[in-house]
Design a protein around this ligand. Structure first.
Ligand code: SAM
Length: 277
C-alpha cells in the first residue's frame, strides 16, 4: 500500500523489525502519517531548520518532519531495536537523518546544535518528558535565549495543562511558573489514546513553547527554591509554606500579602520573591 512519503506503512515496519512496544521505554507509537504531519506542522515552517527529535522509535514523526522539508533531523533513540528501521528512512532522505543511540536525559543538546535555526519536536516517552522539558527550560550552561527556536512536544494532557497554566488555575504549579517565566506556552491539540499503539490510558496533547527573548531577570536556583517551598504546601498561606525561606519578612520585603496562597501568585510575583531571597 502506498504511503504519503513512498516508504512502507509503519505497521509493516514494526512487524518486519519485531518492534513490540516496551512499557519501560514509554513506547506508544503513532502509525498515522497524517497525524504525525499535523504534529510536525504545528512547529511552523521547517525549511532550513535542523530538528532534534527525542525517541523517533520506528520513525512515524521523523518521516513527517523530513517530508515537510526540514534540513536535517538529529534523532536520539535509546532502543537499539529501532535503528535498522531508522536507517531505511535515512536511505530515503540521504544526508538528512542522523541517529544517535543514547539516553536523551544524558545528551548535551546545546553542544550538538549546529549553526542556524533549531527546533525540537518529539512524541516524548512519558516517564522522562517533564525532566527533558525542565532540562531545555533551565539549561545547565545558563544560556538564554536557548539554542532552540521552539519546542513542539507531546505530553499527557494533564502535564500539558500544568505547563500552560496561569495563576488561579487548578493546574498551576512549579512547572507553570518555570515555563511561564521563560517561554510562551500553548496547547495546540489533543490526541486520543486510540491514535497510539498500544493506546495509553489517558488523552495526550501537543504543547508548543517559544522562548521569551527577555524573561524577567532572576536566579534559576532561587526561583526553584521559592516555587518548590510554596507549592510543596499549596493549600497553606505563604507565611507558613515559605517559613524555611524567611516567611513573613520575605513576603513583606517582596510586597506580597503573607496570607495569600501559592496558586494566586503570578509569575512576576514569584520572580519578585526569588529576587528578595
Ligand atoms: N516517535 C515515535 C512515535 O511517535 O511513534 C515513538 C514515540 S514513543 C512515545 C517514545 C520513544 O522514546 C520510544 O521510541 C522510546 O524507545 C524512546 N525513549 C524512551 N526513553 C528514552 C530516552 N531516555 N532517551 C531517548 N529515547 C528514549
Amino acid at each position: 500500500m502506498a504511503t504519503l512519503d513512498g516508504l512502507p506503512p509503519l505497521r509493516d515496519v514494526i512487524q518486519r523489525y519485531g518492534l513490540d512496544a516496551r512499557k519501560a521505554l514509554g513506547q506508544n507509537f503513532l502509525f498515522d502519517l497524517n497525524l504525525t504531519q499535523k504534529i510536525a506542522r504545528s512547529a511552523g515552517p521547517l525549511d532550513g531548520v535542523t530538528v532534534f527529535e527525542v525517541g523517533p522509535g520506528p520513525g512515524g514523526l521523523t518521516r513527517a518532519i523530513l517530508s515537510l522539508g526540514a534540513k536535517k533531523v538529529i534523532a536520539i533513540e535509546r532502543d537499539s531495536r529501532c535503528l535498522p528501521a531508522l536507517a531505511e528512512i535515512g536511505d530515503h532522505y540521504p544526508g538528512r537523518l542522523e541517529v544517535i543511540e543514547g539516553d536523551a536525559l544524558k545528551t548535551d543538546f546545546a553542544a550538538l546544535a549546529p549553526e542556524g535555526p533549531v527546533k525540537i519536536i518529539a512524541n516524548l516517552p512519558y516517564n522522562v518528558g517533564t525532566q527533558l522539558l525542565l532540562n531545555w527550560l533551565l539549561p545547565e550552561n545558563g544560556q538564554w535565549p536557548p539554542f532552540w527556536e521552539s519546542l513542539t512536544l507531546m505530553f499527557q494532557r494533564e502535564v500539558g495543562l500544568r505547563i500552560v497554566a496561569d495563576e488561579d488555575d487548578d493546574h498551576y504549579g512549579r512547572l507553570g511558573v518555570l515555563a511561564g517565566w521563560r517561554t510562551e506556552a500553548r496547547m495546540v491539540f489533543d490526541v486520543p489514546p486510540q491514535a497510539f499503539s498500544p493506546p495509553p490510558k489517558v488523552t495526550s496533547t501537543v504543547v508548543h513553547l517559544t522562548p521569551r527573548q527577555n524573561p524577567l531577570p532572576c536566579d534559576v536556583g532561587k526561583l526553584e527554591r521559592v516555587t518548590q517551598a510554596a507549592f510543596g504546601q499549596r493549600r497553606k498561606m505563604l507565611r507558613q509554606s515559605l517559613k524555611p525561606l524567611g516567611g513573613e519578612s520575605l513576603l513583606v520585603k517582596a510586597g506580597i500579602d503573607p496570607s495569600r496562597r501559592a496558586e494566586t501568585l503570578s509569575v512576576e510575583e514569584f520572580v519578585r520573591l526569588a529576587n528578595c531571597l
